[in-house]
Design a protein around this ligand. Structure first.
Ligand code: PMP
Length: 381
């Protein structure tokens, strides 16, 4: 059978042709007035994605680079920082902090759990000297979303700086950076922004900038003072053609509207969760989000084979589990440039795959549940 490819993984995500084509233009010199005009306009418009009036700085890096920028600009070696670890990406915060000699106060949770405001409050009380708190809004490794708004309420009128990893969460989960009082947001281009991998982003509140100004952690490429001094020009060579793409992406996202984008992800998430439940499968996360749906591999089924058959036989790339969750869960994303029919395709491929692996499936049951959600939500039928 002819095979088409569908990326249904939580990054990289599908890229619309108009964004790819926006990059297919002559590379101009980055210090020309022509390019400066483009980058200035693009970064100005990009504030909308974060719902902030703070400057957005862009790196030639993946999301991890932006995470490293947050750590090395906010905390000094030997200082304490509170880090929430409830999955692979919380672990990454911890590893970056440790690489720079930061004293990590870990809020360690079971993977699949979401941190509660009470847990943050307790850590803040016990560690008055820990000024920075690192969190992961959407923990992609477990398909979990935390209550960022409630946590920001705890930090907003204090001297604590709340940092959140929005590498996968941006645009898929509601975020009102300024209104909620989130201090630092980091993200990457290859997820909700619908671009290929290659750009990292960071934006910071005034409160966070006060820490940046006096920070002494060793760094060079990521020293935000250079970015701010030169803004909107980049201190180094920016990814010129990716800035063209970002310009197009922001244009398309603004046209769609932030509320509609959040709603799109919510509906796709609900439909996917309804589908897997209808197939008798269990959600892995205790607080599932709208980036990807993490599903527990049912007993008797080889988890490795699910992702392999879906990709190699049906062209549908989903993600498996990471670290100790390898072969125990699989993750179907609904992030970025994904339509209801992409989700329906992924669910039908899952039905075929599970059936082939001996799991009892009545064809169409998952798809039916998803279609019913799309109908109920007024996006189809
Ligand atoms: N944080 C989260 C929540 C992520 O989903 C990812 C990527 N999957 C990262 C950080 C790391 O980003 P990158 O792979 O772009 O460095």
């Amino acid at each position: 059978m002819l095979r088409k490819n569908y990326i249904m993984a939580p990054g990289p995500t599908p890229v619309p042709i108009d964004i790819l084509l926006a990059g297919a233009k002559e590379t101009i010199h980055h210090r020309t007035p022509q390019f400066l005009e483009i980058i200035e306009k693009t970064l100005e418009e990009a504030k909308y994605l974060f719902q902030t009036s703070n400057r957005v700085y862009v790196f030639v890096s993946s999301g991890t680079g932006a995470m490293e920028a947050a750590v090395t600009n906010l905390v000094n070696p030997g200082e304490k920082a509170i880090v929430v670890v409830s999955g692979k990406f919380g672990e990454r915060w911890k590893e970056i902090c440790q690489a720079f000699g930061i004293d990590v106060v870990e809020i360690a949770l079971e993977w699949g759990e979401a941190v509660t405001p009470e847990q943050i409050e307790k850590a803040m009380k016990e560690n008055p000297d820990a000024k920075v708190i690192f969190t992961t809004h959407s923990e992609t490794s477990t398909g979990t979303v935390m209550d960022l708004k409630a946590i920001a309420e705890l930090t907003r009128n204090t001297d604590r700086v709340l940092v959140t990893d929005e590498v996968s969460g941006l645009l898929a989960e509601p975020l009102k950076m300024d209104e909620w009082g989130v201090d630092v947001v980091v993200s990457g281009s290859q997820k909700g922004i619908m671009m290929p991998p290659g750009l990292g982003f960071i934006t910071l509140s005034k409160k966070a900038w006060a820490l940046v100004e006096q920070n002494k952690c060793p760094k060079y490429y990521y020293d935000l003072r250079y970015y701010d001094k030169n803004y909107p020009d980049n201190p180094w060579t920016p990814a010129v053609n990716m800035i063209y793409m970002l310009n197009q992406s922001v244009k398309m996202l603004k046209e769609e509207g932030i509320e509609n984008i959040w709603n799109r992800h919510r509906v796709l998430g609900e439909a996917t969760r309804a589908a897997v439940k209808a197939l008798g499968l269990e959600l892995f996360s205790k607080r599932p989000g709208n980036v990807c749906t993490a599903v527990t591999v049912p007993a008797g089924v080889d988890g490795k084979k699910i992702t392999k058959i879906m990709r190699d036989k049906y062209g549908v790339t989903i993600a498996g589990g990471q670290e100790h969750l390898a072969n125990k869960i699989f993750r179907i994303a609904h992030l970025g440039y994904v339509s209801l029919f992409d989700s329906i395709t992924a669910i039908s491929a899952l039905e075929f795959t599970l059936h082939e692996l001996g799991y009892p499936v009545k064809f169409g049951e998952g798809v039916k549940a998803a279609m019913e959600i799309f109908h109920r939500e007024g996006v189809a039928g």
